[in-house]
Design a protein around this ligand. Structure first.
Ligand code: NAD
Ligand code: TYD
Length: 348
């Protein structure tokens, strides 16, 4: 049966990749994007879908916040939406340490508004895209969906708060919602403040890259299209009220990632600038999730890490107008100067 999916946060990194994935995989599905176009959302990120004759009729864009119930309910009625996939979030740990308020507005209250709209309009399903960071850090072994939720940063605490709204809505009202918890993503269109695109864009310009501490923190790196396929699987075959981990067994330290990027771009080790860890005690040492529950539905990662990392680096080298438009903005430069200025000095 065809679907009209409200993709909130669809002008951001993962949301836009998900829209492309859906439009390509399901020729009879429509995608309605609601995005506040914060610093992290860009119309240039979705322009290809709007301009391609194969998809332009099946994609609509609305500017607006998920906290705005008039906007959310109006779009659901006007577009006859039957499904919500929620990507909209403030998503950067470092910014959450500086200014946590907007994280609570979007990642907690906004989720409540969407859940209430699902209930009010009798929508068939909502997938809430959460993160493995809600579990906190783990030295050895892996988190399962039954592990305690122990977030350590304002970002991960806000995401955990959003999840609690989902849980309570399902139990209290029978709202048909499901949660996903994925590891760190990489791929095309990621905003250049997250580790991989931040380092790639700086290395392309022969600038130094700020590595926090010894760079020995571990992340489970998931290619963005594997994440999209996992969400797709959960949307169609997941059980209401459940949470599903999405992980690729792709664990690497930040130092390993940095060396891989230097190698791919043929840049010297001297471009690594080790800086005191700005996250301090809130810097989670290791994330690792067990994805057996999702694998039991038939999902497994389809992409090789080395190949997709190389493709990602090439994408940033080939699409410089996309990211240079962002890095030239005063708010981007102000954040980088505020956060890294005292360490990078004239290398900023
Ligand atoms: P992103 O920051 O690139 O994109 C977020 C998008 O949401 C932007 O387009 C932004 O404009 C929009 N947005 C922000 N506040 C909004 C609001 N109040 N109303 C409507 N739109 C709003 O983030 P991303 O990396 O694409 O992450 C998407 C989702 O996936 C987030 O919920 C994040 O927590 C989750 N997630 C991310 C990762 C990762 O590695 N990036 C991993 C697991 C889960
Ligand atoms: P990030 O991409 O911000 O994702 P998350 O905080 O969600 O894991 O950071 C990934 C890792 O890279 C994290 O351990 C912090 C580290 N890091 C750096 O060492 N330097 C940087 O400039 C950035 C942005 C991140």
């Amino acid at each position: 049966m065809s679907k009209t999916i409200l993709v909130t946060g669809g002008a951001g990194f993962i949301g836009s990749n998900y829209c492309r994935y859906v439009l390509q995989k399901y020729p009879d599905y429509r995608v309605v994007i609601l995005d506040a176009l914060t610093y992290a959302g860009n119309l240039s990120t979705i322009a290809d879908m709007q301009n391609d004759p194969a998809t332009s009729e099946r994609v609509r864009f609305y500017p607006g916040k998920i906290q705005d119930e008039t906007v959310v309910n109006g779009i659901i009625e006007a577009e006859q939406v039957d499904t919500i996939v929620n990507f909209a979030a403030e998503s950067h740990n470092d910014r959450s340490i500086l200014e946590p308020g907007s994280f609570i507005q979007t990642d907690v209250y906004g989720v409540y508004v969407l859940l209430d709209a699902v209930k009010r309009h009798g929508l068939t399903r909502m997938v809430h895209v959460s993160t493995d960071e809600v579990y906190g850090t783990i030295d050895n072994g892996q988190f399962t969906e039954k592990s305690p939720i122990e977030p350590n940063t304002p970002y991960s605490a806000a995401k955990a708060g959003g999840e609690m709204q989902v849980r309570a809505h399902v139990i209290t009202y029978g709202t048909p919602a499901i949660i996903t918890r994925c590891g760190n993503n990489y791929g095309a269109y990621q905003y250049p403040e997250k580790l991989i695109p931040f380092f790639v864009t700086r290395l392309l310009d022969n600038k130094k890259v700020p590595l926090y501490g010894a760079g020995n923190q571990v992340r489970d790196w998931v290619y963005v299209l594997d994440h999209c396929a996992g969400i797709d699987k959960v949307l169609h075959e997941g059980t209401i009220g459940e949470a599903y981990n999405i992980g690729s067994e792709g664990e690497r330290t930040n130092l390993e990632i940095t060396h891989a990027l230097l190698r791919l771009l043929n840049r010297p080790e001297s471009l690594i600038k080790t800086i005191p860890d700005p996250r301090g005690g809130a810097h989670d040492k290791r994330y690792s999730v067990n994805a057996d529950k999702l694998r039991a539905l038939g999902w497994k990662p389809a992409y090789d890490f080395d190949t997709t990392l190389e493709q990602t680096v090439r994408w940033y080298a080939d699409n410089q107008s996309w990211w240079r438009e962002i890095t030239a903005k005063p708010d981007y430069q102000a954040f980088i100067a505020r956060f890294y200025g005292r360490y990078l000095g004239e290398d900023l």
